[in-house]
Design a protein. Sequence first.
Length: 497
Amino acid sequence: MDIADKLEILADAAKYDVACTSSGIDRDAQKGKLGNTLAAGICHSFSADGRCITLLKVLMTNVCVYDCAYCVNRCSNEIARAAFKPRELADLTIGFYRRNYVEGLFLSSGVIKSPDYTTELMIETLEILRFEHAFRGYIHAKAVPGTSPELVDQLGHLADRMSVNMELPSQKSLQLLAPEKNKQNILAPMKQIKENIAEDKDTRAIMRKCTTYMAESKPKKKTRAFVPAGQSTQMIIGATPESDYHILNLSASLYRTLSLKRVFFSAYLPVNDDRRLPSADAIELNREHRLYQADWLLRFYRFDVNEIIDEEHPFLDPMLDPKANWAINNLDRFPVEVNTASYEMLLRVPGIGVRGAKSIMRARKRSTLREPELRKLGIAYKRARYFITCNGSYGGTGADFSREGLRAQLAAPIKGGSHGRRADKAIPGQLSLFEQTEVPKPKIMRPQEYRTLHEPPAVTNDPLAASLPEWFGASASAQLRGPARPSREKVLIGTCA
Ligand code: SF4
């Protein structure tokens, strides 16, 4: 099997993994080394089926000894199998990087032989990239649950971000759908990564401060930082009966206790026929979307889980975003005056985001804010107007200021976005990594056409024309020879445009 075939199989097998995002770390280019990383550098393009194409997203192998019910790569499925050799994958990544196809590598894997053996292959690949190719670009590596701590540590010093998939939101579900995995095997590497990151940061901070003492003990060769972009995880939603309340509480505790950068939610997609799994109509992409909105409120808007959702209503409202839902359930706190409200309160107004709240805080020092100023600051005034006053004037007239009245104004089904798995087409002009372009074949000319094109220039009756040297200038020659004919080369290029 050649590398292109392997790539096709292993990139396709990796498309169900959603955990990749902005790189989160800065690393400058260095002379003699290849590439750099920008904190916001890995922005994504998605192909029509949701594959992220800015990172080379592949599996080391789709051979797997486990049999997780929801996974296309499980050992009981009869599918084409392939495995990269470490050098093949490293060279492929560098080839793509140099051609500007990708900004980094997202490497996951099925479990071949054992978690340790799989991780060793991944380590070998990353060592070739980092040490032989001196690659300084972004690498996200998956830690396979059950890998021994020494290998997790080794992998962490080569990757920028690591993730261990939670897979499912509870131990019971894990037992049902992924019986070879268990909570302990998943949480142990997550804890280790958290501790190693903290330890690594502390050591580096001490080394920066104690310049005199460390000058002697500093190792000559700089060791790579351990997972400088932090860790993330992913869980499948909708395959098992856990509620949004359960999932959001779990996410909040992961952020709190394991300092995760992101928890990714992956709506269950049926790829296997298995009686333990729900039917195909259980796909809940909209639920995934609402969970991401709630997750955003936890991480950036200073919300607590209990403010977003409660045990009595354990699922997020599919018709209303969680922030608007909170606002209409707390109408006694609205409307707020944008010229005097606290930053925390501005953050809670539907239609005002983090950047908007900061802009308002700055702008109102200089002038009184009214509707036109808010619009200029990029506030979604159409939504915000029901919850604010601008210099005493309320903009939400026409709607009943009640829970039902405002719900009627704000509730709307989720529209398919222009990216990710909701995309029904790629952004115009962009091609996905595996997309074929239709290049029209060059026009094949008949002999007569070819002769016409290459016949000697028409000679005018002007006696001077024959004696004009070529270098005299194209315009002068053209005037005498008649209109210029396109060269053969131009004709061919023209057909490809
Ligand atoms: S261990 Fe990973 S690759 Fe293997 S079957 Fe389970 S989810 Fe799929």
